[in-house]
Unconditional design. Sequence first.
Length: 108
Amino acid sequence: MMASDPLAPFFTTPVVVERRTGNGAAGPTFAPPVTLLGWVVNERRLVLGGDGEEIESAARVSLPATTPAIPVGSRVRLPDDRVATVLTEQRREGGPAFLPHYYSVDLT
């Protein structure tokens, strides 16, 4: 039996995600939009991009650990109707057993 997610009470804000699927003749291609429940924090911070360069992020969305990957370059519509691009994504696992796991994306 799977244990319930201790962070579930915090994942209450709907965000609409369009996962990047590749590139087409007209630019990036995206999967159909899906609505996910997460925890949105709007704050500017520096994050490390895939190439190791520092990038300024304007928001972070934390989601359940079981969320399928949201690739860099995907689009996320936030509750304020702003459409942001995924800069980094990471699965937060490990550490002491009592710490809950989650998934997060940093956005433009």
